[in-house]
Design a protein. Sequence first.
Length: 327
Amino acid sequence: MSKKALITGITGQDGSYLTEFLLKKKYKVHGLVRRVALEDKSHRLWRLRHVLNKITLHPGSLESYASLVKLIQKIKPDEVYHLGAQSYVDYSFKDEFSTLNTNMNGTHYILSALKEFLPSARFYFAGSSEMFGKVREVPQTEKTPFYPRSVYGISKVAGYDLTRNYREAYNMYCCSGILFNHESPRRGFEFVTRKITHAVARIKFGIQKDLKLGNIDAKRDWGHAKDYVEAMWLMLNKKKPEDYVISTGKQYSVRDFVKLAFSLVDLDYKKYVKIDKKLYRPSEVKSLLGDCRKAKRELKWKQKYTFKKLVEDMVKSDLDFVKKQGY
Ligand code: NAP
Ligand code: GDD
């Protein structure tokens, strides 16, 4: 019999790639979505358009314990991938309370509902390299202490601790992936990589003059989302639940990303990029670099995309996007 998976955050970048991955593995895929998404399918479900007839979407809310209990009782999933979150770090400085509420309580409600009604289900929590924040060591491993620098990071540390505590206290199969930044043509437009590749295409087609950015000396360990969703599944399909760092082990600055993206369309980024101090964060995470040797060894996880292939994929896709949509 096919396994059943429940994905929160199914409409997002990772949710959509994970859906494709699980469908290929013959899972029955269920997703929790906000009611507004079902009312505005053409906009809010754009990443899932091509698989909508193969999955089941359920309206619900991460803010409501009762709605999560109902969903878990109805679906009885074998695996729960909890990806739903207010995921934009910069926004968490502007709306601290709802970020903490959604990200921390949402995680707690699901864990608690599983404990009461379906303790056999396997649970994945979308942890983040933002938990390392002002990094205590380089590179960061599963043992590196956390030092979050935003309410987003704090909410993820809380989710990570809740997940670990449910595993230890109630003997449930719960684990966290500590995923470093991962991008793709399906990345939201507010994140720096997509902001850059979309602007590159618009500038190339003459519909945008320049690109305003904040701290382009920030460094990240950037992978491709397609590679990273596979690691989530591997974590839920082991003998024992454990937490894993997922990263590439290579670091580039935002400036490196910009330079490469512009060069792919034969433009010099220096002519177009303007630094806007308003885009700097109140407390920045300056540098992230992951050590994923544990995942390589124990999960046999391998990434296929290099940094160059990732940037090429995103630029090419945004050239097609702007050509077709005209914006
Ligand atoms: P994303 O594209 O921003 O997707 C976030 C998802 O969460 C969307 O489906 C969104 O639904 C949903 N969501 C947000 N607020 C919600 C709420 N109040 N109730 C229900 N659903 C809500 O994020 P992503 O890049 O796919 O990331 C997936 C997860 O991994 C997130 O938890 C993120 O924090 C974490 N993470 C991401 C990265 C990365 O580099 N991408 C790295 C580490 C960890 P709507 O479509 O309705 O807004
Ligand atoms: N978004 C954005 N916009 N970031 C900018 C800009 C800009 O105009 N200019 C410079 N940056 C810098 C930010 O200050 C940050 O240092 C870096 O670019 C990356 O920013 P984001 O793309 O917004 O991602 P993030 O690293 O803050 O967070 C992402 O990765 C985390 C994992 O480390 C998100 O996907 C989080 O959800 C995820 O947990």
